[in-house]
Design a protein around this ligand. Structure first.
Ligand SMILES: NC(=O)c1ccc[n+]([C@@H]2O[C@H](COP(=O)([O-])OP(=O)(O)OC[C@H]3O[C@@H](n4cnc5c(N)ncnc54)[C@H](OP(=O)(O)O)[C@@H]3O)[C@@H](O)[C@H]2O)c1
Length: 304
């Protein structure tokens, strides 16, 4: 029987993608899972999981939690991202072989995306750091999470106020649900070690749920909310214009421009939203999902 990467540690296993990833790994049931959670965390984890509670800067704690791990999955909240480098140093010292860095968004292989956003450029820096420390990275590309975008009123679609900024045109981009991110990672980590080494070591895993235009996504939102365009305040502008406006804001010292640049780039041609290769869904046997149903469920979670 071919061997698998048996021992997996997860940091951030209680989070938006951490939870579905942990749940899917447990469902598959082939791995020994260790969850590393902060001392201050109130997160609760399912039975059958080894839970290590401590701080990322506690060397003795991290060495004990990471000893013998084949894989470290890092899924850190945004404010904690500066701590990723310290975590990587500890992982290397403990002998971890593969690291999934805290990416799970835009394609860090896309040069144009790296050029316009330091947040994406930093992903490449982290990949290089992982290699420099003698480990191998597996970068997970998902683009905007479909359900997260709806719940957080992002991407130009605000279900609370029923305002939408639509980027017209035929350009199709990928978007992935949080559940599919978890399924995709768990399925990839259940492949034989030789396949992971061949296809994913120092390489990218591409996941998707839907491949849609901005307008198609809006139509699905109308269906899911049983509304028509007349019920919404709709503005239409090219996504590239949002990128330009963001850059102008940044030029004037307005930091909110960072988000305009980033959001514009997700939906504008050339920044990797359409992926540079076929997603790995087929290879991993991931299911088809229903966009209207995903939006309907996420709409119940819309944040004030
Ligand atoms: N594509 C997208 O649409 C999208 C959206 C959001 C994020 N992302 C990416 O996905 C990664 C994971 O994001 P996420 O939304 O899953 O993260 P999250 O839910 O906000 O947080 C994940 C975990 O980080 C841990 N954590 C460590 N320090 C923390 C702190 N100071 N405050 C709060 N939590 C802290 C917590 O685990 P414990 O409580 O167990 O310690 C928490 O459950 C991000 O780094 C980002 O790169 C992508």
């Amino acid at each position: 029987m071919s061997s698998i990467l048996k021992n997996i540690a997860i940091i951030g296993a209680s989070g938006s993608v951490g939870k579905p990833t942990l749940d899917e790994l447990l469902k598959i049931g082939k791995h020994n899972i260790t969850v590393i959670t902060r001392k201050s965390s109130e997160a609760v984890f399912p039975a059958g999981v080894r839970v290590e509670k401590g701080d990322y800067d506690d060397d003795a704690f991290m060495q004990s939690a990471l000893a013998g791990q084949d894989v470290l999955i890092i899924m850190l909240a945004f404010p904690a991202l500066p701590q990723q480098d310290l975590i990587l140093q500890q992982a290397a010292k403990a002998g971890v072989k593969y690291v999934l860095p805290s990416e799970y968004g835009m394609d860090s292989q896309n040069e144009k995306a790296c050029e316009i956003s330091s947040m994406i450029q930093e992903k490449e820096d982290i990949q290089n750091r992982i290699k420099e420390l003698g480990m191998k990275f597996i970068a997970v590309v998902t683009n905007f999470w479909t359900d997260y975008m709806i719940a957080h009123r992002a991407g130009g679609y605000d279900l609370l106020t029923r305002k939408a900024t639509i980027h017209p045109g035929p350009y199709r981009w990928h978007t992935t649900t949080q559940a599919q991110v978890g399924r995709g990672i768990a399925a990839m980590l259940s492949l034989p070690t030789t396949t992971i080494e061949r296809d994913f070591a120092n390489n990218w895993l591409y996941l998707t749920s839907f491949h849609v235009t901005h307008e198609e996504m809006f139509h699905a939102i109308l269906q899911a909310t049983s509304s028509t365009e007349a019920d919404w305040m709709v503005e239409r502008k090219p996504a590239e214009q949002l990128v330009r406006e963001g850059k102008e804001k940044l030029g004037k010292g307005d930091c909110s421009g960072v988000w305009d640049v980033l959001h514009g780039a997700v939906f504008a041609e050339g920044y990797g939203g359409a992926y540079s290769r076929e997603p790995h869904n087929g290879m991993l046997g991931l299911p088809e999902e229903d966009l209207v149903e995903v939006i309907r469920t996420a709409a119940r979670e819309v944040k004030e």
